[in-house]
Write a protein that binds this ligand. Structure first.
Ligand SMILES: [Zn+2]
Length: 139
C-alpha cells in the first residue's frame, strides 16, 4: 500500500499513503472509508483519474428498480474493502457528464477502473456475492 495515491472520500484531496497513517492530510477524514462514496461529476472524475487503488463506480437512478434493489448489497460489499477498492455511487439523473463520457446507457451500470483505465463493466443488478468476487478480482 505504501506510496499509493488515494483520493480522500470527504474532501477529494489526493493523499500519498505511507505506513504510518490512513488519515487525510487535508481534512483528517479516514481514507479507509468502508462505505460507498456518493460523488458528482467533478469528484467522480478525480476519483477515477487520481486513485491508484481500484475504483468501482455504480451509475444509478433513484427511479430505477434494480438500482435501488442493489443499494444494500453494494453497501455491504464495500464493507470488506476499504482501502483496497473504492466503491463510488453516482446519481446518473443528476450528474450526466461522466455517464456520457463512458457511454453509460442502461442503469444500473457498474464500471471498474484501475489507475484511470476502464477494465470491466456490467449493466445489470449484481448480488453482494457477485460484487464481492468482482472487487476481489481487482485487488
Ligand atoms: Zn480529506
Amino acid at each position: 500500500m505504501e506510496n499509493l495515491k488515494v483520493v480522500c472520500p470527504e474532501c477529494n484531496h489526493i493523499n500519498t499513503l505511507n505506513n504510518e497513517s490512513t488519515i487525510c492530510i487535508h481534512c483528517e477524514a479516514d481514507l479507509d472509508e468502508p462505505f460507498p462514496v456518493e460523488v458528482n461529476d467533478e469528484s467522480c472524475n478525480i476519483h477515477i483519474k487520481e486513485n491508484e487503488i481500484a475504483v468501482l463506480v455504480d451509475f444509478y437512478s433513484t427511479t430505477c428498480g434494480p438500482c435501488m434493489a442493489m443499494y444494500d448489497d453494494y453497501e455491504d460489499a464495500a464493507l470488506a474493502f476499504g482501502l483496497s477498492v473504492r466503491f463510488l455511487k453516482i446519481d446518473a439523473d443528476k450528474y450526466q457528464k461522466v455517464a456520457q463520457a463512458y457511454g453509460v446507457g442502461a442503469l444500473p451500470t457498474i464500471i471498474a477502473f484501475k489507475k484511470g483505465v476502464e477494465v470491466n463493466r456490467v449493466s445489470q443488478q449484481l448480488s453482494q456475492v457477485e460484487l464481492d468476487l468482482w472487487a476481489k478480482s481487482l485487488v
